[in-house]
Write a protein that binds this ligand. Structure first.
Ligand SMILES: [Fe+2]
Ligand SMILES: [Fe+2]
Length: 730
C-alpha cells in the first residue's frame, strides 16, 4: 500500500499540466475537439491490437499478433500458474509449485504497414510451439524492457488461453457477419454479448467486411487505420483469450485484386492454402484461403473476393477450387466441416447473385457434405438449405449443408424476396432485416447446435445438426429449433415442451391491406401468443382459444417482414414457452407493373465518397422484372411471375433520363399508363437497394445522391396508390 501511494505521488509531480501521456494526447484542459486517428489510435511502446491466431496444429502451438513501436518485440509464455504478483516481482519461491524460471521468451517477427496510415504501424507475431494439448497457458507480449520493471513496463498483462484437445471434444465457437459500420458504437455490445453467453468459446469466426473503408489514398488509409483501431477496441479482451478466424470481404480489398495492407500483418493465418506453380503459397490468397482443424472441426476459409469483386481472377479461382476439393477429400478430414467465405451462395438482398461462387464451390459443398456455410456481405439474416435436402415428411427437418448470412454491424440492407434461393434450388427457411446478430455454435460428438441471437441477447433462430456415427460422410438430420436452447431448464422445471407454428392467409400484400396471422400451439395449452415483426411486438399478446390465436394488421410498412409468434404459457410449470420459425411477408407499396425484360445485372452501387455502401458486386443476374409472389418461408418460394397489372388494368411505360454533371444532375421521367401520359406534376421517387436517389415531380426529379446510369425502381404516386416500376436510367 505504501509503495502504491508513493508511485501516484511521484507521477503527479513528474508530469507538468500540459504534458503528453503515451499516445500523444494532451492531458490538460477538457477539449471537445474530435481526435483524428493519428492521435486516438497511434501506436506506442505498449502493445495493443493483441489477437490469438490459430496455427495448423492448435493442440500444440499458438500464434499471437500485436502492434507496438517496439524494435525488439518479444512474447513470454508459461503453463498458467494459480497466481502471479509479488511472487513474480520478487523472484521468490513459487507459491503453487510453479517454477517461474520456466517462463519461455520468444522473439517476434515484425511486418510494417504503409506509413501513409498516419504513422508506422508495426505488427508483430510469435508462434508458441511444443505446447501440450488441452493445457492452459498464460502469455504476455512486450519488448526488451524489464517485464516486471517500474516505472517502464512495456508489456501487456498476462492473459490465458487453452490449447485444443486432440480429436473431437465438446466446445463452442462464435460466428459474426459483417461488423463494418458503426464499429465503435453499435458493434461492441454484439461482440461482448456473444462472449458473455459463451465465455468458454474457443474461436470467433468473422465472415468478412470486418471494416468498411477501401482505397489507397492517404485519406483512405487513415480511415482504415481508424476502423481497425475501432475493430480491435470492439473485440476487447475477447481477441486475447480465444482464437480469431477471419475471412476477408470485399471491404478488405482496396481494389478488385489487392487485399488491404493490414490483412497479412494482422492475421498470420496458416499458409496452408492454394499453392503457386513453384510450390510456394499462392500470394493472392495467402492467409485468406486456409484451414484449421480444431477439436474435430475442419474450418475452411475461402477468399471469395477474387471471384466476385470484379473481373474474375481465373487463376485464383482455379487454384482455390482445386485446393478446396483437396481439403475436403483429405482422408484426415475430421467429422465436422465449417466453411466460411464472404459472398453468399444464395443472396439475401437486392438482385445480388454470386454465380461464380455458387457454380464453382457449391457442387463441392454438396458432394463432400459440408455441414455449415457461414457467410456475410448482404447485411440481412438468411438461413436455409438446398431443396433436395428437405425432409420428405417433416418440414422442420432437412439433411444437407446449412447456409447462413448474418450481420453484426449497424448497416442494414433490405431483404429481397428470396428468388436467388428459389431460382437456384434452395429454400430460405428464415429471413430478417434490420437486426444485429451473433451466432453461437456448440459442438459435440454427434450434434452441432446453432443459434442466432439478437444484440440484446434474445434468441432469434436455431437448428440442431444430428450426425450419429463416425466420419464426416455419415447421414445427418438438421432440425429447426422452436425454442431457445439456452433457456434455463429450472425456469420451466419439468414443463411439457410445446410447439408453435405460424401461418398467414397471404404472403404478398399491398401496403395498407390486412395481413391475417394465425398461430397454433401444440399441445393445446392455456396462454397467449405474442406476434412479432423482427424484434418488435405486434400489438398485445393474444389469448389462445383452442390452441389457436389470430392477429390482423394493416400497418406493416412496405418491404419484407420476418414475422414470428411466441407462445407465453399461462402455467409455466406445466407448459414450456416456444416460438415459431420466421414467416416472410412481402408488403408491396402499390400495385406492381411489368418490369423490363431481364438484362445483364448491374454492378451494384458504386461506393460513394464517405458512404458506407458495399462496392458493387459483379452482377450477372438478369431476371428482374416485377418479382412474383413468394411462398411463405418454410415452403419453397414460387418462381417470379410476369409483372402484375398497373392501375386500372393498364400497363405502365416509364422512361427516365439523367443529364448534367455529377455535381448538378437533373432527372426527367415520363410515365404512360396505357395510352394516357401521367401529368408532369405526378410525384415519384427513384430508389435502388432501399436508397432514395431522387424525388419530386417526374418532369424534374431532384437528386438526393449521385445517380449512375443503370436500373432503378421508380415509385409513382398515382390514383391514391403508389405504383412501382422498374426503369433503366440512361
Ligand atoms: Fe458488407
Ligand atoms: Fe461485402
Amino acid at each position: 500500500m505504501l509503495r502504491r501511494a508513493l508511485s501516484v505521488c511521484a507521477l503527479a509531480v513528474a508530469l507538468p499540466a500540459t504534458a503528453l501521456v503515451p499516445g500523444g494526447i494532451a492531458s490538460a484542459a477538457a477539449d471537445d475537439t474530435p481526435r483524428p486517428a493519428i492521435e486516438r489510435y497511434a501506436p506506442s511502446a505498449v502493445p495493443d491490437r493483441v489477437a490469438l491466431i490459430p496455427t495448423e496444429d492448435p493442440a500444440r502451438s499458438q500464434r499471437v499478433s500485436w502492434r507496438s513501436n517496439a524494435t525488439a518485440p518479444k512474447a513470454q509464455i508459461i503453463e498458467a500458474p494459480a497466481a502471479f504478483g509479488d511472487t513474480m516481482m520478487d523472484r521468490l519461491t513459487p507459491i503453487d509449485g510453479t517454477d517461474y524460471t520456466r517462463i519461455v521468451t520468444v522473439e517476434a517477427t515484425t511486418s510494417t504497414v504503409d506509413p501513409r496510415t498516419g504513422y508506422t504501424n508495426r505488427y508483430h507475431a510469435v508462434e508458441f510451439r511444443d505446447l501440450k494439448p488441452g493445457t492452459r497457458y498464460a502469455y504476455r507480449v512486450g519488448d526488451g524492457t524489464d517485464p516486471n520493471g517500474w516505472p517502464v513496463t512495456n508489456w501487456t498483462a498476462w492473459e490465458d488461453f487453452t490449447t485444443a484437445e486432440t480429436g473431437l471434444r465438446d466446445f463452442s465457437f462464435v460466428y459474426f457477419g459483417d461488423a463494418q459500420n458503426y464499429i465503435d458504437s453499435a458493434v461492441p455490445r454484439v461482440f461482448h454479448q456473444a462472449v458473455l453467453d459463451r465465455p468458454k468459446a474457443k474461436l470467433m469466426i468473422h465472415a468478412g467486411d470486418l471494416v468498411n473503408q477501401t482505397g489507397v489514398s492517404d485519406a483512405n488509409l487513415q480511415i482504415q487505420e481508424k476502423e481497425w483501431g475501432e475493430w480491435y477496441g470492439a473485440a476487447g479482451y475477447n481477441n486475447q483469450t480465444r482464437n480469431v478466424l477471419a475471412t476477408p470481404g470485399n471491404h478488405e480489398y482496396n481494389s478488385s485484386t489487392a487485399i488491404t495492407a493490414f490483412w497479412k500483418p494482422q492475421f498470420p493465418f496458416p499458409a496452408n492454402g492454394p499453392r503457386a506453380a513453384d510450390g510456394s503459397p499462392l500470394e493472392a490468397v495467402r492467409q485468406s484461403a486456409y484451414y484449421v482443424d480444431y477439436q474435430g472441426v475442419r474450418y475452411i476459409s475461402l477468399d471469395s473476393s477474387p471471384l466476385q469483386n470484379g473481373p474474375v481472377q481465373n487463376d485464383v479461382l482455379v487454384a482455390q477450387t482445386r485446393w478446396f476439393e483437396d481439403v475436403l477429400s483429405d482422408p484426415r478430414r475430421p467429422k465436422w466441416t465449417v466453411v466460411t467465405f464472404h459472398h453468399p451462395v444464395y443472396a439475401g438482398t437486392s438482385s445480388r447473385n454470386n454465380r461464380i461462387v455458387r457454380d464453382n464451390w457449391n457442387p463441392l459443398i454438396d458432394r463432400y457434405k459440408v455441414d455449415l456455410v457461414l457467410q456475410g456481405h448482404d447485411h440481412v439474416y438468411n438461413r436455409g438449405n438446398q431443396v433436395k435436402d428437405d425432409d420428405a415428411t417433416d418440414p422442420t427437418k432437412s439433411h444437407g449443408a446449412v447456409y447462413s448470412i448474418s450481420v453484426s454491424g449497424g448497416k442494414m440492407y433490405e431483404l429481397n424476396a428470396g428468388a436467388n434461393w428459389s431460382d437456384n434450388g434452395a429454400r430460405r427457411r428464415v429471413a430478417a432485416e434490420n437486426i444485429q446478430l451473433y451466432q453461437l455454435i456448440d459442438v459435440s460428438s454427434d450434434t452441432l447446435t446453432y443459434q442466432a441471437r439478437l444484440a440484446n441477447g434474445r434468441f432469434f433462430d436455431g437448428y440442431r445438426v444430428s450426425k450419429p456415427g463416425a466420419g464426416w460422410d455419415v447421414a445427418k438430420t438438421v432440425t429447426d429449433l422452436d425454442r431457445d436452447p439456452d433457456a434455463a431448464p429450472a425456469e420451466h422445471g419439468d414443463a411439457q415442451p410445446t410447439r408453435t407454428t405460424l401461418a398467414a392467409a397471404r404472403s404478398v400484400v399491398n401496403e395498407g391491406e390486412a395481413v391475417v396471422l394465425e398461430a397454433r400451439v401444440a399441445p393445446s395449452a392455456a396462454g397467449s401468443v405474442q406476434f412479432l415483426d423482427g424484434a418488435n411486438a405486434l400489438g398485445a399478446p393474444v389469448a389462445l382459444d383452442g390452441g389457436v390465436a389470430s392477429y390482423r394488421t394493416s400497418v406493416l410498412a412496405a418491404g419484407g417482414h420476418a414475422l414470428t409468434a411466441a407462445f407465453l404459457p399461462a402455467d409455466g410449470a406445466r407448459f414450456a414457452p416456444s416460438s415459431s420459425t420466421g414467416l416472410f411477408v412481402d408488403v408491396r407499396n402499390g400495385q406492381g407493373v411489368p418490369g423490363p425484360k431481364g438484362d445483364k445485372g448491374d454492378r451494384g452501387d458504386p461506393g460513394e465518397k464517405g458512404d458506407t455502401g458495399d462496392p458493387g458486386t459483379n452482377g450477372t443476374n438478369g431476371r428482374d422484372g416485377a418479382a412474383g409472389p413468394i411462398g411463405p418461408v418454410g415452403a419453397a418460394g414460387a418462381k417470379g411471375e410476369k409483372g402484375e397489372r398497373g392501375p386500372a388494368g393498364r400497363d405502365a411505360l416509364v422512361t427516365c433520363k439523367v443529364t448534367g454533371s455529377s455535381s448538378a444532375q437533373r432527372v426527367t421521367c415520363s410515365v404512360t399508363f396505357g395510352a394516357r401520359a401521367a401529368s408532369s406534376r405526378t410525384r415519384a421517387r427513384l430508389v435502388r437497394n432501399g436508397r432514395t436517389y431522387a424525388q419530386g415531380r417526374i418532369s424534374s426529379l431532384k437528386p438526393t445522391r449521385t445517380i449512375a446510369r443503370g436500373r432503378y425502381t421508380l415509385r409513382i404516386a398515382y390514383g391514391g396508390a403508389v405504383v412501382a416500376a422498374r426503369v433503366a436510367v440512361r
